[in-house]
Design a protein around this ligand. Sequence first.
Ligand code: SAH
Ligand code: SF4
Ligand code: F3S
Length: 470
Amino acid sequence: MNEHVSLPVPAEEATQRPNSRKVFIKTYGCQMNVYDSVRMGDALASEGYVTTEEMADADLVLLNTCHIREKAADKVYSALGRLREMKKTRAAEGREFMIGVTGCVAQAEGEEIVRREPAVDVVIGPQTYHRLPQALKSARTGRRVVDTEYAVEDKFEHLPKAEKAATRARGVTSFLTVQEGCDKFCTFCVVPYTRGSEVSRPLAQILDEAHRLVDAGVREITLLGQNVNAWRSEGPDGREWSLGDLLYRLADVPGLARLRYTTSHPRDMDDKLIEAHRDLRSLMPYLHLPVQAGSDRILKSMNRRHTAAEYLRLIERIRTARPDIAMSGDFIVGFPGETDADFEDTLRLVEEVGYASAYSFKYSTRPGTPGAELGDQVPEDVKSERLERLQALLLKQQADFAKSCVGKVIDLLLEKPGRMPGQVIGRSPWLQSVNVDAKTSQIGDIIPVRIIGTGPNSLFAEPAERLMRA
Ligand code: SAH
Ligand code: SF4
Ligand code: F3S
């Protein structure tokens, strides 16, 4: 652990309100960070912290950060500026107020964060957040902690398991991280540097966590990983299991009604995983499979290690196995060297696939990645224009997909109360948010509904008497 000393916190502050500290956790970035925030909350709960939704009430604020694009990282420093002011006010009132930076900016920038913002008490990377309680204790005695090691111990083994009541309070769907890190080294991406190399959690640990979640009332689990479909672990049969094997196993867990996984790399979509989509009714027909670009020249320069034709062929195989599958993807426009013709290739690929949803971004140069060294950067206005055209097409596809659902009877997992009394919000198999008239006591149930209309970001449905498959 790298530690360095800062000004000591007065002793009376350190001992104030020892049993009722409140933590506010702000999560940026991907679902892995959402999962990590939950686990950090659990780790702090065993130290007497309760989580709060109000930053103004907090004694500790954690920023769980994202480094993926320049803007994402900038947000952290502007938030820290505001927190520094809050800390000053609190100090004047004689109340403790601690600031922690966790996640991928913490990993990437480490000491630089406290140099730029000395009000920060702890900086902890994604591999060592199980050491957070200890780091806070140390910071409280005046020893600020910057810990960006790649820990040798397994953090999941060292994290306390959530109380059943805490899990229940979080609802009927849950993330479960099964794999972390990335060995793919796409030339635009910081993840291999912030999250380290690919590591899979062992099968037994995953099954244990899945059972605990289901015991607490969870009906749907989304398996997470930066490269979730690169997950590997030894199975009980002594064979090396892949994500497909894991899904078959989880499909047998009683009470676990729905399974999803994200994010996958096209190169790791093996036969077993495609068969799982064919065979498992609990595996939802939705697949987020980023392609980034449609031009082979750009794909090569991005080090994606597949061509556009190979990606299209893969989708054809997946659709043969599961015809009602909805596709989702990620796209980057304006990668260095991208010409108008390259961009047209991306639009053509999108037309060919037909996405039910997608995320698209302007290329953001990330220092330290090979992409940052490439010449021929695309001007900002060209990136903006391309992004606008791509997003218009993707939005149209999303709306067309939503419209195609109208009239269908589908299974809806009721998740949370809606905005109007008497309404509940659920998820369709294709991850759309659906409003339906239902009782909050039905939350956790899967009911048949008929889709009757579409809104900007959701669908409307009415309960259907009979279960007819869409
Ligand atoms: N592991 C996942 C994605 C992780 S990052 C995968 O391989 O698909 C999520 C998305 O952010 C990426 O798919 C990519 O579209 C986008 N992204 C990553 N680095 C970026 C950069 N430097 N500029 C713009 N978008 C980026
Ligand atoms: Fe980043 Fe590529 Fe790894 Fe995804 S596969 S996390 S885009 S390097
Ligand atoms: Fe961001 Fe780190 Fe996730 S960089 S996208 S929070 S893995």
